[in-house]
Design a binder for this molecule. Structure first.
Ligand code: ZN
Length: 322
């Protein structure tokens, strides 16, 4: 994987060309604009990456992953069939970072300890569901699909938490943000459209909405918390069906959305069994750094330290404050 150590701090971007971001590489390719394209004219022939002014993408997406081959790849293949979209080969991919970090925690049996510590509870028998795919069931998780239906979502355009962790007592939705934020929809036109078409969000589950929100659907959509609204609605309903506690965990970088708990908690009814939490990637990094020798811990520490998220105005961006 290409990271901070391998990349130029600054790249030259002209109106028509862009240089390869790798240190010591003198290749220059045509500059691409608008939506990212994987075309030969944008590719560095030496490094096998497609370049744009803001990011680059590996010709083989697996080069962006720490866990590939064998069981990991078999699982990824199954996930990608259930998953809506994938840009895992892109340097600034949230999904690739999510996979690299959570698959590590899962493989090393660290999920339960981490979640227990985070929530000050005791969680056992954790099952990790990546982008809806249940490893146990071998397809999109049945209970999630039930919830989607209950609230009037079409399966193709439905709510898809990045990570769901299911334990004996708890249900945890983790929505991971790296470069994007929580504000959806992003413009006035879409806000109006969501308000005009609330699906069954306010009526499904026997008016479940009333049980778990303090403010109205319309107000929350206007405040651009549509995505969090859906996760809170579906997750609390699913927890109720199974008698579990529910945590909606918003995973962001340390410097971003510091007030998201206060902002979203205004809208929701929380209690001892239903909670919304902000979590940072950097605190996962600290948790991993503090572990007693686990194999591949050093590799994860290096990953957090070297991880980049493309370029802004020709200047390299480090992903985390590590
Ligand atoms: Zn190159």
């Amino acid at each position: 994987m290409i990271g901070l150590q391998e990349l130029k701090q600054r790249i030259e971007v002209t109106a028509t060309t862009i240089e390869c971001p790798l240190k010591d590489c003198t290749e220059t390719v045509e500059r691409q604009r608008k939506s990212f394209k994987k075309e030969e004219r944008f590719k560095c022939p030496k490094h096998n990456i497609y370049i744009s002014p803001s990011t680059f993408e590996y010709a083989d997406y697996r080069d962006n992953l720490l866990w590939k081959g064998g069981d990991d790849e078999a699982l990824l293949d199954k996930i990608s069939m259930a998953k809506r979209e994938s840009r895992m080969g892109r340097d600034n991919s949230e999904d690739a970072v999510t996979w690299n970090v959570f698959r590590y925690l899962e493989k090393k049996n660290l999920i339960e300890g981490f979640i227990s510590q985070l929530t000050s509870t005791t969680q056992e028998h954790a099952e990790v569901i990546y982008w809806s795919y249940s490893q146990k069931e071998g397809h999109a998780w049945t209970l999630l699909n039930k919830a989607r239906e209950e609230f009037g979502e079409e399966l193709k355009r439905s709510s898809e938490p990045d990570i769901i962790i299911k334990t004996d007592n708890g249900l945890f939705f983790i929505e991971a943000k790296l470069t994007s934020g929580n504000d959806t929809p992003s413009n006035e036109k879409q806000i109006e459209e969501k308000i005009r078409n609330p699906k069954k969000y306010t009526t499904g589950g026997g008016n479940w909405f009333q049980n778990v929100f303090l403010t109205s659907y319309k107000e929350i959509v206007r405040k651009q918390k549509y995505e969090l609204l859906r996760f809170w609605l579906l997750g609390t309903w699913m927890a109720e069906q199974t008698g579990k506690e529910f945590y909606l965990i918003n995973l962001v970088t340390e410097e971003k959305e510091k007030d998201i708990e206060a902002v979203f908690q205004r809208h929701i009814k929380q209690n001892a069994k239903l909670k919304f939490l902000r979590l940072t990637w950097e605190s996962i990094y600290k948790h991993i750094s503090n572990l007693n020798t686990t194999s591949e811990r050093e590799m994860m520490i290096r990953f957090f330290k070297d991880k980049t998220i493309g370029y802004r105005n020709g200047i390299l961006n480090k992903a985390f404050s590590t």
